[in-house]
Design a protein around this ligand. Structure first.
Ligand code: F0G
Length: 356
């Protein structure tokens, strides 16, 4: 059967492209929806993971980036720019290569995971490490795109949201309906905005897809405690968390996230770094799904909500896990026992493995 074609070809009639638009694509999307057995048992619900780390550059950003770069190319842009905590820059760098464009990225100095830096480097992006945080980087990127011939591909660019909403379409297509609850990590708040838009559009369209979503889920978003401006109700000047992807103090899509929360009857809460790391380890050790720490914030949040008695049994729940664990392997290695070294000797190996 045919290969998945990427989100623009798969959902062309639901995206702001014209019939003649040529997609700049790496065949992003079509990611696995994996049933989570332990999480289902723990919550007495039916829990699924939308594994966005399976995208071409290892995060959900590719869905928005195929749209942003496709449109930038169509409009004749020669260069694109973004601020990033790492994943947006990795994605922009890769799609810019496909489009033959220059890619500039602004990242907070010392605060992006090594794998993401490696991606931007190997795809040939022009990288500036900014002596500031993500929010400073975004201010700079906006100013540069206002004053110089370079297109902004952050999620403040509305076509990014359009691309990212396709994840909600895929979930409805696979489950045959929208879930009861959708759980997401929240950083700059573009993704929760995008999912809510996607679910809403499918629900409003009686002809939608092979499946029919007449309803929309409650949207549950989770920020890291040290970077939880929406929870606090005010910007956080010096955000901190080990989940560097969501280390953001003043989200660009703040109001849209609150709208998703309120219209869906959901909530936005916080999880501590300790809860994030516990969920990170549970996902890899118990579910076989290796994600980066920020991604585990959704699952940490679900478990927190369950402990607080907010999760009624029997519901269908989807947690988006946003990025691949290989992006930030330091956390996998940290605190884990060092592998032992053995001679080329089967008896010694068997003994060490506890087989003998
Ligand atoms: N998870 C991961 C792995 C991310 O990289 C991000 C955002 C989020 C969650 C939060 O999504 O911003 O739409 O609320 N990363 C951006 C970046 C900021 O630059 O890569 P959001």
């Amino acid at each position: 059967s045919a290969q998945w074609r990427g989100i623009i070809e798969e959902y062309r009639d639901r995206l702001p492209v014209s019939p003649g638009t040529e997609a700049v694509t790496l065949r992003e999307g079509g990611t696995p929806l994996v049933s989570a057995q332990l999480l289902s048992e723990m919550t007495r619900c039916e829990v699924h993971l939308k594994v966005e780390g399976a995208n071409p550059t290892g995060s959900f950003k590719d869905r928005g980036m195929t749209m942003a770069i496709t449109r930038a190319k169509e409009e004749g842009a020669k260069a694109v720019i973004c601020a990033s905590t790492g994943n947006t820059s990795a994605s922009a760098a890769a799609y810019a290569v496909r489009a033959g464009m220059v890619c500039a990225v602004l990242v907070p100095q010392g605060k992006i995971a090594l794998g993401k830096m490696g991606q931007a480097l190997v795809h040939g992006a022009k990288i500036l490490q900014v002596d500031g945080n993500f929010d400073d980087c975004l201010d700079l990127a906006r100013g540069l795109s206002d004053n110089y011939p370079v297109a902004l591909v952050n999620s403040v660019n509305p076509v990014r949201i359009e691309g990212q909403k396709t994840a909600a379409f895929e979930i409805v297509d696979m489950l045959g309906d929208a879930p009861d609850i959708h759980v997401l990590p929240v950083g700059n708040a573009g993704n929760i905005t995008a999912y809510w838009k996607g679910y809403g559009e499918y629900a409003a369209d009686s002809d939608a897809g092979p499946a029919r979503a007449r309803r929309t889920p409650r949207m549950w978003g989770f920020q890291a405690s040290g970077s939880a401006p929406i929870v606090r109700g005010e910007p956080v000047k010096d955000p901190h968390t080990i989940a560097t992807a969501i280390r953001i103090g003043n989200p660009a899509s703040w109001q849209q996230a609150e709208r998703a929360r309120d219209e869906s009857g959901g909530f936005i809460d916080e999880v501590t770094d300790r809860q994030i790391l516990a969920a990170y380890r549970l996902l890899s050790a118990q579910e076989g799904v290796f994600v980066e720490p920020a991604s585990a914030a959704s699952v940490a949040g679900l478990l927190k909500a369950a402990q607080e008695g907010k999760v009624d049994p029997g519901q269908r729940i989807v947690c988006t896990v946003t990025g691949n664990g290989l992006k930030d392997p330091d956390w996998a290695v940290a605190g884990a026992p060092q592998p032992v070294t053995v001679p080329v000797d089967s008896a010694a190996a068997a003994e060490r493995l506890g087989l003998a």
